[in-house]
Write a protein that binds this ligand. Structure first.
Ligand code: UD1
Length: 420
């Protein structure tokens, strides 16, 4: 079992570049199944979720060439075979294979998706949309079979009862090659949805309204090859901006789209964080006093649930009392006990996290229980006095590209060791 070891308290400075968006690329790769030619993605992050998806695509018969940040996929050899359960179970976003396979073959046999444990994470909205488009659902052991029984998938009018990123993207993918028009109402508006729509449209799909809450897709018979640049990862950007505000002595975070981070930046400004926003970068100054604030997460353009945990160590540095309410995933609280182990005054009260600051953190042996909790522990470890030892680091490597190298370049004393 590998561990991350951090000798904290070192001032960090310099420049860090944000990689391509994890939550885009995990949808873009399965969407490529729909193409009848080669598709190339640029700006692909070096994360283990991408490796898992490449393994799955290869097992299905796609030919894949991965060279640094460029990923070239020829999906023409993909076969309509049951998906390997172990791999599928390793990441939540494997649900996008339902949309890709259903759109191309009219059927998919896929194991139930895994991913971080943030409490209940149903996929009922995805299935409701596929059923509305003519697919029937049955279960085979640990796998689910979706099938249109030889009929083409047909366009449908779909109202999403809850705003869901995954269900919106999955419906868009499946509908791209369906017969007729699909309308998604109460669609999610995250930037990753626009990114997937852009790829599909460049492959020949007819999608309008991505980024608004009504998306219309006119199905087409065929999709062709293209080349696509993955958007920058706004969650990774926010994580480094939080690190910079917590322990930086002048850090420029580059490859950032400010408009994707407006609610996050507003919160930092409310805390008193001094920053300069440029066209594609944000410079964060060394901070003095920060003010405690309260955070409530909500769907985009609200404060992202994925940034709730990464910003928590910074909140702990602020003076006063504040609370965090995650309205998307109420059980996204696993970082709290670990931060308390490092000396933080933080606890869970009902459906809220309450903290009092400022706190001086002390290094400790802690456990990353999920991806973004892991990011919070890395930040806390960088801030803390002494040595922090983080176990379960596979979660962190699923979503943060080259995190050790990026932090070392800023001056951090951080390394991965083989644990027992
Ligand atoms: C995506 C992101 C994840 C982020 C989340 C919310 C990816 C790969 N993951 O996850 O990082 O934290 O959006 O921004 O992009 N829901 C249902 N039924 C469904 C689907 C969702 O009730 O069929 C509920 C969920 O339990 C949750 C809410 O809807 O409370 C939003 O979830 P959703 O946007 O679907 O999350 P994911 O797409 O899985």
């Amino acid at each position: 079992m590998r561990k991350i070891i951090i000798n904290g308290g070192r001032p960090l400075k310099g420049e860090v570049a944000v990689s391509g968006a994890k939550n885009s690329v995990v949808a873009l790769i399965p969407a490529i199944i729909l193409a009848d030619d080669v598709v190339t993605l640029d700006g692909v992050p070096a994360i283990s979720d991408v490796e898992s998806l490449i393994d799955i695509m290869t097992l299905m018969g796609a030919s894949v060439d991965h060279d640094g940040e460029t990923l070239t996929i020829d999906p023409r050899g993909v076969k309509d075979i049951p998906m390997p359960y172990g791999k599928i179970n390793s990441l939540r976003a494997s649900y996008y294979f339902y949309g890709g396979l259903l759109g191309r073959f009219g059927q998919a046999v896929v194991g139930l998706p895994g991913g971080c444990d943030l409490g209940p994470r149903p996929i009922d909205l995805h299935l409701k949309a596929f059923e509305a488009m003519g697919a029937s659902i049955s279960y085979e052991g640990e796998a689910m079979r979706l099938s249109t029984k030889g009929q083409p998938l047909k366009g449908a009018h779909i109202y999403m009862d809850t705003v869901s990123v995954g269900a919106t993207i999955n419906t868009m993918i499946a509908a791209s090659r369906a017969k007729g028009r699909t309308v998604i109402e109460n669609a999610a508006r995250e930037p990753e949805i626009i990114d997937v729509a852009t790829l599909l449209n460049n492959m020949g799909a007819h999608i309008r309204g991505a980024g608004t809450d009504i998306i219309t897709i006119e199905g087409v018979e065929k999709l062709h090859g293209t080349r696509h640049q993955v958007i920058p990862d706004r969650i990774e950007a926010g994580s480094y901006i939080a690190i910079a505000a917590a322990i930086g002595e002048g850090i420029k975070v580059t490859n950032v789209l400010y408009e994707h981070l407006e609610s996050f930046i507003s919160k930092l400004e409310e805390m008193g964080v001094r920053m300069t926003v440029d066209e594609d970068s944000i410079f964060v100054e060394k901070q003095d006093k920060l003010k405690a604030v309260s955070i409530k997460t909500s769907p985009y353009p609200g404060f992202a649930t994925d940034l709730q945990q990464p910003i928590t160590p910074l909140l702990l540095k602020a003076e006063g009392r504040g609370n965090i309410r995650d309205t998307i995933y109420e059980k996204r609280i696993n970082h709290v006990a670990e931060l308390a182990r490092m000396g933080a005054h933080i606890s869970v009260l009902g459906s809220q996290i309450i903290y009092d600051g400022p706190n001086d953190l002390t290094g400790a042996a802690v456990k990353a229980t999920d991806l973004r909790a892991g990011a919070a522990l890395v930040t806390a470890g960088l801030m803390a006095k002494g040595t922090t030892e983080i176990s379960n680091i596979e979660f962190i490597l699923r979503g943060y590209s080259d995190i050790i190298e990026k932090l070392r370049n800023l001056g951090a004393d951080i390394k991965i060791i083989e644990g027992d």
